[in-house]
Ligand binder design. Structure first.
Ligand code: MG
Ligand code: MG
Length: 255
């Protein structure tokens, strides 16, 4: 069971979330053909500095990673699903980009992700992006007192599967608080009515990762971080940090 946050703690997390949303908004505006992932990373670092916030990603070093993460954003392009490194790669016409960004402000974390295309988008990519955002919104809608974790998983997974997409295997959302990754795990697929009860004050990240072609498999890149779809197809990722309240779900990562 994750830690239950007070109204005051949720208010502090809303401020952290605002910084995250502001940076994502800035990167979305900036991203275009010819712009490098490193330039987007620098823009996000500037937002952190201006807000007196710190990165949740830079230097992050989980057991499975060969090196500490070298950027403040994850930038995953095309068949990269998540955990892409913000290199000097310059965006090309028709690229599908997913940006994941986390920040700490006053000791509280916000975690959010968006996906978009640059230049001329293919209808297939546009539909994938819309379906991924919809799956996230369905999951948020199910994040209500009286429901269980399985109801969120079923809402996300059902939306993705019905539309024929894969869901990145072994990955899902998580509790958020003083740390970026807290209990409980938030699965992106599952059966309704199962799992822990959703209580007021639970703060979680809801983050579907959808893949074209209906398969869930992935392969790690040689860089040790990037996870690419095993079928080589494109993927999209959306994420919000939300608080479950007596009045319903509240998205904390808004500008
Ligand atoms: Mg994230
Ligand atoms: Mg997350």
């Amino acid at each position: 069971m994750g830690q239950i946050k007070t109204a005051g703690e949720i208010a502090a997390m809303r401020e952290a979330g605002r910084v995250v949303a502001t940076a994502l908004q800035r990167m979305r505006q900036m991203a275009d053909v010819g712009v490098s992932l490193r330039e987007l990373d620098r823009a996000a670092a500037d937002v952190l500095a201006d807000a007196g916030a710190t990165s949740a990603f830079l230097g992050y070093h989980p057991r499975w990673a060969p090196t500490p993460f070298p950027g403040v954003i994850c930038a995953s392009v095309n068949d990269a699903v998540v955990h892409g490194i913000p290199t000097g790669y310059r965006l090309q016409d028709g690229d599908l980009v997913s940006i994941d960004f986390g920040a700490f402000l006053d000791g509280w974390c916000g975690d959010s992700a968006i996906s978009f295309t640059v230049g001329a988008a293919s209808p297939e990519d546009q539909q994938l992006i819309e379906a991924t955002e919809q799956a996230m919104l369905r999951g948020i809608e199910a994040a209500r007192v009286g429901n269980k974790m399985g109801d969120i998983a079923y809402a996300i997974g059902g939306a993705a599967r019905r539309a024929g997409y894969g869901l990145l295997a072994d990955h899902g959302g998580h509790g958020v608080g003083r740390a970026m990754h807290e209990d409980p795990h938030v699965p992106n697929d599952g059966r309704p009515g199962r799992g822990i009860k959703l209580l007021p004050g639970l703060v979680i990240a809801i983050e579907p990762m959808l893949i074209l072609g209906g398969k869930d498999g992935y392969v790690p890149d040689d860089d040790g971080w990037t996870l690419r779809s095993a079928n080589g197809r494109r993927a999209a990722h959306f994420e919000h940090t939300i608080a479950i309240t007596a009045d319903g779900p509240e998205i904390l990562t808004l500008p």
